[in-house]
Ligand binder design. Structure first.
Ligand code: ADP
Length: 170
């Protein structure tokens, strides 16, 4: 089974992804994580990706597509996966060759995401306030249309983020 996770930065995609991964016994993979690994390489590509991550912009589709396709062709992902962070543009969604079974969209308001990221302890190169705001804006311009694309394809499952659901219960 191939599952895609979508949500603004801070929505809890990796938390949900890891839970789903355990429950469904499928590997969890995040394209942000792949790019953060590549950004540590001392090569032209490594330095380029580092700059892109720092700016909060998306890595261009021509680079992203082959990198993601290569990862997903590895034996570890042959039975399926929980994929977080891809596709982020309609072009990526249309060019992606593998058949997706479900797209889980974790909803969270921008202001809640900002608070949450601001108080994260995780060390990341792209967590400066201006970059976070830019990443959220980039999500709305580039990835909101991807959500519509999957809604139209009848693959979309919308859920409220995990902490909000817990808060609502208490
Ligand atoms: P978040 O979900 O918090 O935005 P990610 O870890 O998914 O963070 O992504 C971090 C960064 O990695 C993004 O801001 C972007 O620069 C890059 N990135 C991740 N996935 C993609 C993608 N599918 N296309 C282009 N860039 C990507």
């Amino acid at each position: 089974m191939r599952i895609i996770l979508i949500g603004i930065p801070g929505a809890g995609k990796s938390t949900q992804g890891n839970l789903l991964s355990k429950q469904l016994k499928l590997p969890y993979l995040s394209t942000g994580h792949i790019f953060r690994l590549l950004s540590k390489e001392k090569s032209v590509q490594g330095r380029y990706i580092k700059e892109m991550l720092h700016s909060g912009n998306l890595i261009p589709d021509v680079k992203t597509l082959p990198i993601v396709e290569e990862y997903l062709s590895r034996p570890a992902y042959s039975r399926g996966y929980i994929l977080d962070g891809f596709p982020r543009t309609v072009h990526q969604a249309k060019e992606f060759k593998q058949k997706i079974d479900k797209v889980v969209y974790i909803t969270l308001e921008d202001k809640d995401a900002l608070w949450r990221i601001a108080f994260r302890t995780e060390e990341r190169d792209d967590q400066a306030a201006a970059t976070i705001i830019h990443r959220i804006q980039t999500f709305h311009t580039s990835t909101d249309p991807v959500i519509e694309h999957f809604r139209n394809a009848d693959l979309l499952e919308e859920i409220e983020d995990v902490y909000k659901r817990q808060a609502d219960k208490t």
